[in-house]
Design a protein around this ligand. Structure first.
Ligand code: MRU
Length: 349
C-alpha cells in the first residue's frame, strides 16, 4: 500500500489528506458535516473518481449524525437527503453516484428499526466500498503489469494513483506492481493544467514511492512521443460509457490523439465501478465546468487579463476508437467495446 491515504475512517470519524496543499504540506483534516464533505469534494481537497466515492460513502454517515434523527424513520429520510445533497458535489465521476446508490440500497434493504444498527450497517457498507477499492486497485495493477517491460517510457496524465483511490491507484497501479516485480522503467507525468494534479500529485506520490518520474508540461507530450521516449500511455477514468468512450481529466483526449498518431498503445485503467452501462456514449456524459479563475489565476497570481473569458471543462471525452484497451480489476478488455464491456457485467457474481 502507498505510504499515504487520501481518505481515512478512524474511530468513526472521517479524515482526508488535503490534496490542495500538496506537495508543500501533508496535512490531514477532519470532515465533520455533510457540508464539509460536499465542499471538500467540490474544492478537490479529495479527488479522483474512486476516492470521491469512498469519501462520499463515509460522508453519508457523518451527514446523518449531524442531523441527529430521533427515529429510524427520520434516519432513513435524513440519509436520503444527505445522499441527494452529496450527489450534487461533482457531476462527472460515476463512482460518486455508485457509492451513494450503494449506501442508499443498503438502507433500503435493512429492516432494523434500531438506529445504532442502521449506523452500523452504513458503516459496514462504506467500509466494504473502501475494501473493494483496495482490492480492485491491486487487481488492476496485476493485470496491467503484464503490459510493462524493462526500459519502457510510460506516460500518464492527471493523477490516477494512490491519492485518487484507497489503494495503489488505477493508472499507477500497474507501475507500482511492475516495480515491485523488479521491472525498471521511466514514468512521464503530464503536469495537467489548470489544477496541476500531475505536477503536484503524481510527481509527488511517485517521488514518495521512489519511482523514476519525469515531469513535463501538457504541451510537451506530442514532442516526447515524436522523440520515441513513450512506449505506453496509461490514464485513469471518471466515467466510461457503454460504448467505451471515456471521460477523464481535460487533456486526456489530446494525449490519446497524439498516441494514435505515433502508434503508441493507449490504455485506460479503471475498476468496474467506473463503467456506466446507463450512459450509451461519451456525448451523454455530464462534463463539469469549473470556475474561470482556475485558468486566469494560479496560486492567487493573475496569469491573464482580469475578466477575460475562459473555457474550463474539468474533463474531456476520449472516443473509444483511440483506446487500445481497458485495464480493469477483471482483466484487460480489448475492442470491440460494447461487447467487451458488457462481458465485464455478465461475469459479475
Ligand atoms: O478533477 P480530478 O482531480 O478529480 O480528476 C481526476 C481524474 O481525472 C482521474 O484521472 C480519474 O478520476 C481517475 S482516478 C483513479
Amino acid at each position: 500500500m502507498p505510504s499515504f491515504a487520501p481518505v481515512v475512517w478512524r474511530n468513526r470519524r472521517l479524515f482526508i489528506l488535503d490534496q490542495t496543499l500538496l506537495p508543500h504540506l501533508r496535512q490531514e483534516i477532519e470532515l465533520t458535516s455533510a457540508e464539509a464533505v460536499w465542499d471538500a469534494i467540490r474544492r478537490l481537497q479529495v479527488r479522483g473518481a474512486p476516492a470521491i466515492g469512498v469519501c462520499a460513502a463515509f460522508g453519508v454517515i457523518v451527514g446523518i449524525r449531524g442531523q441527529r434523527p430521533g427515529t429510524a424513520e427520520a434516519f432513513r429520510k435524513d440519509a436520503q437527503e444527505v445522499c441527494r445533497y452529496l450527489a450534487t458535489s461533482r457531476p462527472t465521476a460515476v463512482n460518486l453516484f455508485y457509492a451513494l446508490d450503494r449506501m442508499q440500497a443498503c438502507l433500503n434493504r435493512a429492516s432494523d428499526s434500531d438506529m445504532e444498527a442502521l449506523y452500523a450497517l452504513l458503516e459496514k457498507e462504506a467500509q466494504n466500498i473502501f475494501d473493494e477499492d483496495v482490492r480492485m486497485c491491486r487487481a488492476i495493477g496485476q493485470h496491467g503489469a503484464a503490459l510493462i517491460h524493462d526500459g519502457m517510457g510510460i506516460l500518464t496524465h492527471c493523477n490516477a494513483g494512490g491519492l485518487a483511490t484507497s489503494g495503489f491507484g488505477t493508472a499507477l497501479a500497474p507501475l507500482y506492481i511492475a516495480a515491485e516485480e523488479g521491472m525498471r522503467f521511466r514514468v512521464y507525468a503530464d503536469e495537467t493544467r489548470p489544477l496541476l494534479q500531475g505536477a503536484r500529485l503524481t510527481a509527488w506520490e511517485l517521488t514518495e514511492e521512489k519511482m523514476d518520474v519525469t515531469l513535463l508540461c501538457d504541451n510537451m507530450a506530442p514532442s516526447l512521443m515524436a522523440a520515441g521516449k513513450v512506449d505506453l500511455v496509461i490514464v485513469g477514468a471518471d466515467r466510461i460509457a457503454a460504448n467505451g468512450d471515456t471521460a477523464n481529466k481535460i487533456g486526456t483526449y489530446g494525449v490519446a490523439l497524439s498516441a494514435k498518431y505515433h502508434s503508441i498503445p493507449f490504455y485506460v485503467a479503471a475498476p468496474v465501478s467506473t463503467f456506466d452501462q446507463k450512459t450509451p456514449q461519451g456525448s451523454a456524459i455530464p462534463i463539469e465546468e469549473r470556475d474561470a479563475d482556475e485558468v486566469r489565476l494560479h496560486g492567487g497570481t493573475l496569469l491573464a487579463p482580469e475578466g477575460v473569458k475562459v473555457y474550463n471543462p474539468a474533463f474531456d471525452v476520449t472516443p473509444a476508437s483511440l483506446i487500445s484497451g481497458f485495464i480493469t480489476d477483471r482483466g484487460i478488455v480489448r475492442p470491440p467495446y460494447p461487447e467487451g464491456i458488457q462481458g465485464l457485467f455478465i461475469s459479475q457474481p
